[in-house]
Ligand binder design. Structure first.
Ligand code: N2P
Length: 357
């Protein structure tokens, strides 16, 4: 009898452990069951209080996962086996995901808050009529610097990064398009250039920046720059805003040769399981109060004009982070360069990273 009880107990414990493991593995792969919603977003890109508020208001449990580059996100969604309900790609990634048939068309009747988005951010060329995507945040890529640590150097050009005084002082965002992009821009080429000669020249030039590069990092770039562990960073504008919030000595510029203007957008991948919940979540994020709260927390520029009106003027009128259309019209949006060319940009970026080792 004792042995029978023991056998039952063992079976029970093993079954319970298996159940637990399956549910853990499922959720880590983005499988949502029941009334759950799996959201796949960039790191540090949402106010977590909004997630709890959404859960409370709708009874939907959010499984939240993050990525740190469009490339990583596209690979994960593209290889299948996941059920992300909402993702937040940038424009060129949306165009590529459309091409690869990875996105579901949105039902605009379920997104009444879409009316809050400034028309300047609607109907852009990567998604005419916003069939697949709605704007989340937008911004630029530029140079953040600490005037106390850079002597008399005045930043206005990408080429200032090569100044000899900046040895081991620069942190770079870990993005292939961003780094290759400023390499190309620094030579007067477009950040969408596909000419092999130009690409090789840009990589060779980036290699000569190596002595000045302290590290190529992800979201920790904000903490490192705010703590003055490095003097200069190449960052996305919203990260610069957040760093400057923590340390107001620093300043941010968009170099005169030009730079990247980007738009991140919410989409519903084709593998989504909770399509109703995905629309509810997107509409929730488009609500002016929610979008304003998110903007204050994240530090990036909101495309939501009703949210912008709710923000303090020191945020909404800061031209470094809300540049006027005359300025943005001179910047370049990343083109979808096609699968092969995007892979080539990644390769060249990897080679540059290896060169540092
Ligand atoms: C936030 C990343 C912003 C991404 N940590 C810019 N596309």
């Amino acid at each position: 009898m004792k042995q029978l009880v023991q056998t039952f107990l063992t079976i029970f414990v093993v079954a319970f452990a298996l159940m637990f493991l399956t549910s853990y593995l499922n959720s880590s792969q983005g499988y949502s069951g029941g009334n759950t919603l799996t959201v796949y977003n960039w790191g540090d890109y949402i106010d977590p209080e909004l997630l709890s508020q959404f859960e409370k208001e709708t009874g939907i449990k959010v499984i939240y996962q993050t990525f740190d580059s469009n490339e990583a996100m596209m690979t994960k969604i593209g290889q299948g086996g996941t059920t992300f309900d909402v993702a937040v790609p940038s424009e060129y990634a949306i165009s590529k995901m459309k091409e690869e048939d990875l996105l579901l068309p949105l039902d605009h009747s379920k997104l009444p808050n879409l009316k809050n988005i400034d028309s300047r951010f609607m109907n852009l060329s990567f998604d005419p009529n916003n069939v697949y995507s709605v704007p989340y945040f937008w911004g630029t890529v530029g140079i953040i610097f600490n005037p106390d640590l850079v002597g008399n150097l005045k930043f206005e050009s990408w080429n200032d990064l090569w100044d000899k005084s900046l040895r081991n002082q620069i942190l770079l965002v870990d993005g292939a398009r961003e780094v290759m992009g400023f390499g190309l821009n620094s030579m007067g080429y477009s950040l969408n250039d596909t000419n092999e000669d130009h690409l090789q020249q840009a990589k060779a030039k980036l290699n000569t920046l190596t002595p000045n590069v302290k590290a190529i990092v992800g979201d920790e770039i904000k903490m490192l720059l705010a703590n003055e562990e490095a003097a200069v960073g190449v960052v996305w504008s919203g990260d610069a805003a957040e760093i400057m919030d923590a340390n107001d000595k620093l300043d941010y510029i968009v170099p005169k040769e030009g730079s990247n203007l980007w738009f991140d957008n919410m989409v519903i991948p084709k593998t989504a399981k909770n399509i109703e919940g995905a629309h509810a979540f997107i509409n929730f994020m488009l609500d002016p109060e929610h979008a304003a709260k998110n903007t204050e927390y994240v530090g990036y520029a909101t495309p939501n004009k009703e949210a912008l009106a709710l923000l303090p003027k020191d945020i909404s009128e800061d031209k470094r982070f809300y540049p006027d259309p005359e300025v943005t019209s001179k910047l370049e949006v990343y083109d979808n360069l096609g699968k092969k060319m995007l892979a080539h940009y990644n390769e060249l970026f990897l080679e540059f990273k290896m060169h540092r080792k």
